[in-house]
Design a binder for this molecule. Structure first.
Ligand code: DGY
Length: 321
């Protein structure tokens, strides 16, 4: 019998995924689900063939340089992979995969939840009911922004951006988008393409951020770009916190330049900029974009499909390095 590949799994996995994994791999698991410090990850990687990591594991060039020679593949349980230094992995000949497609719908659903939650003041309303500060129905109480028929700008029209646009069409929204390249008409479905994000911003009553994180998009939504948006606009982010300049967004939420924001992702999660907690016009979620039972199982199975392909000597299904 050939030896089973040895895996280090940095976080707890859904039960069904763990069952499939342990049936085929000799896996070191993390049953208490703590975030592994780099030293622990490196120590436990000794003698392993592959790592199964998540977005909280920062696989920097320094870490890659220290990985044992036995590591030949890194599979991430996520579609985003800015936490992996792809150049460094490639230089060491370590393969890497991610989990695209299977979380598109769940993440787009959360973007719509954020749009509605921010526009209709869900956080303030919830709080008023729970804290019993709600006095009576009134013609002017807690009025929000009407979403139906408004203009939605999508920054990053990949799979998730397109799924957000699809949902927004059910609200009769006009879709504007910026993407590195224009979509084919059959995918564009009437959405209005802008050659620069700057051109799109004045058309965004709502803005949904759906581009990948990383150095190219770091702090993309800054004070200058917010200034280009219509007064009273709404921003939602389900991509990565690093795309937003928090100080600029907080200032715009405080001044009323923006009506509200909905945020599922933050720079330095879970240590978000504390000013967000004091603002009532921001609807906050703890990175739940892909957090459904079905989606997390599907992500885990996809990570395993890639590992299985690698150890069977086949091409990776979702190769990123
Ligand atoms: C991803 O897969 O990149 C998501 O952010 C996890 O929800």
């Amino acid at each position: 019998m050939t030896a089973r590949p040895k895996l280090l799994v940095t976080r707890r996995l859904p039960d069904d995924v763990t069952r499939r994994l342990t049936a085929h791999y000799d896996a070191e698991l993390n049953p208490d689900d703590h975030v592994m410090p780099a030293e622990e990850l490196l120590a436990k990687a000794a003698g392993k063939d592959a790592l199964l990591v998540t977005p909280v594991d920062k696989i920097t060039p320094e870490i890659v340089a220290k990985l044992p020679a036995s590591i030949r593949m890194v599979a991430t349980f996520s579609v985003g992979y800015e936490h992996l230094n792809i150049d460094a992995l490639k230089q060491r000949g370590i393969k890497a995969s991610n989990t695209p497609d299977v979380l598109t719908d769940a993440t787009a659903d959360i973007a719509l939840l954020l749009m509605l939650g921010a526009a209709r003041r869900a956080y303030e309303g919830e709080r008023a009911v729970r804290e019993a500060t709600w006095k009576s129905w009134s013609t002017t109480y807690m009025l929000g922004v009407h979403m139906t028929g408004k203009r939605l700008g999508v920054f990053g029209m990949g799979r998730i951006g397109q799924a957000v646009a699809k949902r927004a069409r059910a609200f009769d929204m006009t879709i504007h988008y910026y993407n590195r390249s224009r979509l084919k008409p059959e995918l564009e479905l009437g959405a209005i393409y802008h050659q620069t994000a700057e051109d799109m911003l004045p058309h965004c009553d709502f803005l949904s951020i759906n581009a990948p994180g990383g150095p190219e998009t770091y702090r993309w939504l800054n004070a200058e770009r917010i200034a280009r948006m219509p007064d009273g606009a709404i921003v939602v982010n389900t991509a990565r916190g690093g795309l937003v300049d928090d100080e600029a967004l907080i200032a715009a939420l405080k001044s009323g330049k923006l009506f509200a924001a909905g945020l599922d992702v933050f720079e330095n999660e879970p240590n978000l900029n504390p000013a967000y907690r004091d603002l009532s016009n921001v609807f906050l979620l703890p990175h739940l974009g892909s957090a459904t039972i079905d989606t997390r199982n599907a992500m885990g199975f996809k990570a395993l499909d890639n590992l299985d392909a690698f150890f069977a000597g086949k091409p990776l299904i979702d190769e990123i390095a």
